[in-house]
Design a protein around this ligand. Structure first.
Ligand code: G3P
Length: 218
């Protein structure tokens, strides 16, 4: 499964690239605003740092204006993915970009029907918001599983990008139901590797070794 970082903080991204575990980045207007950065400059910096797809979202709400904004974003770098809201106008823009060979990420998906429509509009990625579905009393992981089933039924190639992931349990569950990717905040990324028993076991190994009086492996 591909792992994307869901942030616009460039230092948070750069500091997590060395193990080759980060396959891409997603941003949204809230994340760019929080980072206090200009969208074009920040997306360019992220695209320069990361080889994989980098989602950059339009802020227009009418299809023509979304298309104009998306084209400007796509010109930043070849790995930009134009992020569009899951609205009727957003899907018009999505179809236009699909026909132009420009990658899209259709975001703010909360139902299987919405995901079906995005796939029919030629979306490259669909972003179901797992945490926000859970917050509203729904079943976020059930939504992912349902979309997986529908896409497989009809052979849609739109990749399922699980978003609004609040913790490691969401990531495990998204992987288990066959999502293609998950986008996660840096703190959740760190929590995928950390385990208290790993830390405890390592501390015991090192203590036993230190007791021999040896330095390093010698
Ligand atoms: O990138 C969009 C999505 O991941 C937002 O997550 O935590 O604001 O619901 P959240």
């Amino acid at each position: 499964m591909q792992i994307f970082l869901d942030t616009a903080e460039i230092n948070e991204i750069r500091s997590r690239l060395d193990a080759g575990l980060v396959d891409g980045v997603t941003t949204n207007p809230s994340l760019i605003a929080k980072a206090g950065a200009g969208i074009f400059e920040r997306v360019a910096e992220i695209c320069d740092a990361v080889d994989g797809p980098v989602s950059a979202e339009v802020v227009a709400t009418e299809a023509d204006a979304m298309i104009a904004e998306g084209k400007r974003l796509a010109e930043i770098a070849p790995n930009v993915v134009v992020k569009l809201p899951l609205t009727a106008q957003g899907l018009v823009a999505c179809r236009t970009f699909a026909e132009a060979g420009i990658q899209t990420n259709v975001t703010l998906c909360f139902s299987i029907n919405q995901a079906l429509m995005a796939a029919k509009a030629g979306a490259s990625y669909i972003s179901p918001f797992v945490g926000r579905v859970d917050d509203a009393g729904g079943d976020g992981i059930g939504l992912l599983a349902g979309i997986r089933e529908v896409y497989d039924n009809f052979g849609y190639e739109t990749e399922i990008l699980a978003a609004s992931m609040r913790g490691p349990a969401h990531v495990e569950a998204a992987a288990a139901v066959g999502c293609d990717a998950a986008t996660i905040p840096p703190k959740v990324f760190d929590a995928l590797v950390a385990h208290p028993l790993t830390e405890k076991g390592l501390a015991a190994f090192l203590k036993d070794w230190e007791a021999t009086g040896r330095k390093g492996l010698d």
